[in-house]
Design a protein around this ligand. Structure first.
Ligand SMILES: Nc1ncnc2c1ncn2[C@@H]1O[C@H](COP(=O)(O)OP(=O)(O)OP(=O)(O)O)[C@@H](O)[C@H]1O
Ligand SMILES: [Mg+2]
Length: 405
């Protein structure tokens, strides 16, 4: 099953391979007591002892005595009379049992066990009751996720931020602008050859309404997929009129039809770019006002960034005055390495407030999720990666609350 079910529930409590020892996430912190031995013995463990204590235990149903251990020193019962413990058990059996509180799925005091804490973290990520909705922007925020360096987490961030925003009350459209179609895969959306895709919007000017597909298991999230046809689009675009603004026209047309107040109003459009600065990326930069740059916490992370920033400046100067780098997200952060810290420090000192406080840890769960056509947020909602993406999405939402493009 996909989506809001808790596919990760069976896995909680296990060690995640490659877990970062010093990462102080709730789930991980909560796992530690389990390894320290039986600090907290579950109440049911007392049942056999209690049954043996009761003289008439043989004719009574065996049940756990809820009394604390001190209560077991009660005076001995008269011969033949049932012990106070047995009397209480019999009374309890006659009385209607109190029903469990139908309130939150995981009671707050459930967090004192590793499984309880992981389940509580998963509930916070999945937000099943809508109790933790993020603020939504006054106008649609259109965000390009770009970095011409390959494999830095553009697609992973697009998919997971979109999923996190959608789970926390926003309506999100993801546009897959990469011929690899990874964002479509990650959201579980069909994108084999022949499926109507963003190629049709760019080349034939097909309206996006004819191309969007719902992301399974994520109400509020839709995706315009990319197929392999898009690989040829960059060459085909060279000869078309207004080749840099084809995507802008498509998005503007879609948002005009889904204007504020309409049931189809969109809070965020996220565009996942290919690893190049070609015409597809230029189309994205012209179509959006915000750029989100994922930066991998690795040695070569900053190389090539200058070129991307130069392109952003050029597009702003000539084609799209509203364009600016609004967000930088540190990805694949591995706290075990000094290098990750150094890269993070350098990026933060250079870009200041643009860098989100939340960074995304390197985690096997994050890389496994696309194999199941899911975001990590739905695949393993209690995992460090899912929690980090929800934290990052919250920051993005809070920074842009009330602001338009
Ligand atoms: N936080 C993470 N922890 C572990 N693996 C990750 C993480 N983020 C991304 N990955 C993995 O790194 C690889 C590259 O990620 P992704 O596809 O998101 O990068 P990209 O920038 O979109 O790549 P491309 O430039 O090819 O489009 C993928 O295999 C992905 O599963
Ligand atoms: Mg990608």
């Amino acid at each position: 099953m996909r989506g809001r079910g808790w596919p990760g529930r069976e896995r909680v409590g296990k060690h995640t391979p490659g877990a970062v020892p010093s990462a102080p996430r709730q789930v991980q912190a909560a796992r530690e007591p389990a390894a320290q031995g039986p600090a907290q013995v579950p109440a049911v463990a007392a049942a056999p002892v209690e049954a043996a204590d009761a003289p008439a235990a043989a004719d009574a149903p065996v049940a756990a005595d809820p009394r604390p251990a001190a209560g077991r020193d009660a005076p001995a019962p008269a011969a033949g009379a049932p012990s106070p413990a047995l009397q209480r058990i019999r009374e309890a059996l006659r009385e209607p049992q109190p029903q469990p509180d139908p309130g939150p799925a995981v009671p707050a005091d459930g967090e004192d066990t590793p499984i309880g804490a992981a389940a509580a973290a998963a509930v916070r990520v999945l937000n099943p009751h809508g109790a933790d909705d993020f603020p939504t922007p006054a106008r649609t925020r259109v965000i390009t996720v770009a970095n011409q360096k390959g494999g830095v987490g553009k697609t992973t961030s697009t998919v997971n931020l979109a999923a996190a925003l959608a789970l926390h009350g926003a309506t999100v459209l993801v546009i897959d602008l990469d011929p690899q179609g990874n964002a479509s895969t990650g959201l579980g959306v069909q994108h084999h050859s022949g499926v109507p895709s963003i190629y049709d919007a760019l080349i034939d000017q097909t309206p996006l309404t004819e191309l969007v597909q719902p992301a399974p298991g994520l109400p509020g999230l839709t995706c315009v997929p990319a197929t392999i046809d898009l690989a040829g689009a960059e060459i085909e675009l060279v000869s078309v009129v207004a080749r840099e603004s084809r995507l802008k026209r498509a998005i503007d047309g879609y948002l005009a039809g889904a204007g504020a107040g309409s049931s189809a109003a969109v809070d965020y459009v996220l565009v996942d770019c290919p690893p190049s600065l070609g015409l597809l990326t230029v189309n994205a930069l012209v179509a959006t006002s915000e750029v989100l740059i994922p930066i991998q916490c690795e040695y070569y992370a900053l190389e090539g960034l200058g070129q991307l920033l130069k392109n952003v400046d050029l597009v702003r100067a000539h084609l799209n005055p509203a364009l600016h780098v609004s967000t930088i997200l540190l990805t694949m952060y591995d706290a075990r390495t000094r290098l990750a810290d150094q890269v993070a420090e350098e990026v933060r000192s250079h870009f200041g407030q643009t860098v989100l406080t939340a960074s995304i840890p390197r985690s096997v769960r994050v890389s496994e999720a696309p194999g199941y056509g899911q975001s990590v947020v739905t695949y393993d909602p209690g995992s460090r990666g899912a929690i980090a993406y929800v934290d990052a999405a919250r920051e993005i939402a809070e920074r842009g609350a009330g602001a338009g493009p």
